[in-house]
Write a protein that binds this ligand. Structure first.
Ligand SMILES: NC(=O)c1ccc[n+]([C@@H]2O[C@H](COP(=O)([O-])OP(=O)(O)OC[C@H]3O[C@@H](n4cnc5c(N)ncnc54)[C@H](OP(=O)(O)O)[C@@H]3O)[C@@H](O)[C@H]2O)c1
Length: 314
């Protein structure tokens, strides 16, 4: 099965057109995901306690949509699915042109069906393109991981999520699912923190071998929270070589490894710049290696730090 998945996955198709310059990545289930996504977390995150509808989140998301960011990465934990749904509705962009992800937090006492129905209702959609389990930390045993995955498979079988996957899973979380005798639909994607300062050992290679696409969140961490490290000089040199920004280099480092990059910005100029610059150049394998090697000189994790020891590089 794995060799078949390997053949299906990572068949990259360039879907470029003047209206959508972002290429797609083919998933193991046959669906395609745009390689750049606009995140509804981080800058757009609405605190758990906040019940007030945020016009700012709607407007920022609308800006991204109007510029051409048709891949939207949401989650029930971001507490802004109604704003994401409103932005989609107000954009007037046909649903089939968009790629919408949401995630379940796997709250205690919640079935996946309950969580998923609640998300769809908040989004005002009748399907999502990708539904993810946000993290594996709910599980007390491998059996819990397998049981929740079976519930995800039921969502895919219902047709209300085109693809299903996970987020923040390590090999130890995925292996029981892949080895499960009842497995019907292997996870199509795993969304992880990924940047030069968190390359997770051989996790990327393992995913490619198993046909599971990777999505990188926090891809610009080397420029933002962890700036001042050995990657700075390499990014600067490559930005000047290609006549682009260091942020473009950081995102391209993901795309050129066939990894989906999820970013966000409240800066319209920056978002516009990505859509103009990213399709205009490509890093060479040597450029990619140079960034990767410089990145290995420093370790930095920006998310879920309460779940990992400071020296845990997985
Ligand atoms: N599954 C998970 O557990 C998980 C966890 C975290 C995030 N995510 C997802 O991933 C998405 C993206 O995460 P992220 O926001 O951390 O991505 P990111 O692309 O690493 O960071 C985006 C931030 O970088 C800033 N930036 C870009 N270029 C810059 C530059 N040259 N100088 C200074 N600042 C710069 C932007 O600021 P400006 O606003 O000024 O442009 C923006 O706030 C989230 O929204 C969420 O959807 C998922």
């Amino acid at each position: 099965m794995f060799s078949r998945l390997y053949q299906l996955a990572y068949t990259r198709r360039n879907m470029s057109s003047s209206s959508n310059p972002i290429p797609n990545l083919k998933l193991s289930d046959g669906h395609e995901i745009p390689l750049i996504g606009y995140g509804l977390g981080t800058a757009n995150f609405k605190g758990r306690g906040s019940t007030e509808f945020s016009e700012k989140i709607v407007n920022d998301t609308l800006t991204a949509l109007r510029l051409g960011f048709y891949h939207l990465d949401g989650a029930e934990a971001y507490n802004n699915e109604p704003e994401l749904g409103a932005a989609i509705a107000r954009s007037g962009i046909p649903r089939e042109k968009l790629y919408v992800t949401t995630k379940t937090s796997v709250l205690e006492g919640d079935s996946i069906e309950t969580a998923f129905s609640r998300s769809l209702e908040k989004l005002g959609l009748d399907y999502v393109d990708l539904y993810l389990i946000h993290h594996p930390f709910f599980a007390k045993s491998p059996a819990d991981l397998v049981a929740k995955w079976a519930e995800m498979e039921a969502i895919k079988d219902s047709g209300r999520a085109r693809s299903i996957g996970v987020s923040n899973y390590l090999v130890e979380h995925l292996e029981p699912i892949l080895a499960s005798p009842g497995l019907k639909h292997p996870p199509a994607a795993n969304q992880i923190e990924y940047h030069p300062y968190l390359q997770h050992g051989d996790l990327v290679k393992w995913h490619k071998e198993h046909g599971i696409a990777l999505e990188a969140y926090g891809p610009l961490t080397a420029i933002t929270k962890a700036s001042g490290g050995p990657v700075d000089a390499v990014y600067e040199r490559l930005a000047s070589k290609y006549g682009v920004t260091t942020s473009d280099i950081g995102l391209r480092w993901c795309l050129d490894q066939d990894i989906v990059a999820l970013t966000t910005s409240g800066n319209e100029q920056r978002l516009r710049g990505y859509l103009q610059s990213l399709p205009s150049f490509k890093l060479t394998p040597q450029d990619i290696d140079e960034i990767s090697e410089a990145g290995k000189e420093k370790h930095y994790r920006g998310f879920w730090t309460n779940r990992f020891a400071a020296d845990d590089h997985r």
